[in-house]
Design a protein around this ligand. Structure first.
Ligand code: 13P
Length: 248
């Protein structure tokens, strides 16, 4: 079985002092013997701080977004090359908040994944259905469409992706998918990846959406759930460490 991967997504939260305290607490509290892989996706302004604080620690630095372009007149954007320069190991692409508030399409998300891969930054490709889509019975169709765009774009590099299933209705709402609901979608995604690469079993499939210290263990026990993408609970050291400890 794969080593599990737990990624904290701080979203637009933090500050220099709070970040330093949180990162120091995580470093101090990380279980010995390195069970799960761990990373924190920090706001871009804090990438340098996270890189410095986490130097020499097994906790990886992740970014929350990347431009699909390599360089040029794209005010406000960050390139994959820039992320790489700050020691960034992972970058979220296609988070539902980017799709929803910044109009990111499947095609743009796919280009972002490719841009990250081209610089050796691992994209964490986020997919997930809205409540309306779930209620209309479209969950499978939506997540497959979102993932297919990326698979098509990256070709044989598909085995280098991390994929995160985040049902939009479970994000920040306290409504978690049940372990069975999450596993059912993860199995669909695994089958889709298997059709694209013989290495599909090695691709980490993370669950995200109100994962917390109380529900992580059950979710992470599912056959196709290889880790978590944790929002709110990643801002509290004790809760995030409990989730990491549950990822055996
Ligand atoms: P919450 O854990 O706060 O629901 O956020 C999930 C998420 O969007 C992580 O990317």
């Amino acid at each position: 079985m794969n080593k599990k991967l737990i990624v904290g997504n701080w979203k637009m939260n933090g500050g220099l002092a709070a970040n330093a305290a949180l990162l120091q607490a995580l470093k101090a509290g990380l279980p010995q013997g390195g069970t799960a892989g761990v990373a924190v996706a920090v706001p871009s302004a804090y990438l340098a701080q996270a890189q410095a604080e986490l130097a020499g620690s097994p906790i990886g630095v992740a970014a929350q977004d990347v431009s699909q372009h390599e360089a040029g007149a794209y005010t406000g954007e960050l390139s994959a090359g820039m992320l790489k320069e700050f020691g960034t190991r992972y970058v979220l692409v296609g988070h539902s908040e980017r799709r929803q508030y910044h109009g990111e399409t499947d095609a743009v998300v796919a280009l972002k994944a490719q841009a990250a891969l081209s610089k050796g930054v691992t994209p964490i490709v986020c997919v997930g259905e809205t409540l309306a889509e779930r209620e209309a019975g479209q969950t499978e169709q939506v997540v497959k469409r979102q993932l297919a765009a990326v698979i098509h774009q990256v070709g044989h590099c598909v085995s280098e992706l991390v994929v995160a299933y985040e049902p939009v209705w479970a994000i920040g709402t306290g409504k978690t998918a049940t372990p069975e609901q999450a596993q059912a979608v993860h199995a669909v995604l695994r089958a889709q990846l298997l059709a694209a690469t013989p290495k599909a079993a090695d691709i980490a499939l993370l669950y995200g959406g109100s994962m917390n210290a109380a529900n992580a263990e059950q979710l992470l026990a599912q056959a196709d759930i290889d880790g978590g993408l944790v929002g709110g609970a990643s801002l509290k050291a004790a809760d995030f460490l409990t989730i990491i400890a549950a990822a055996r």
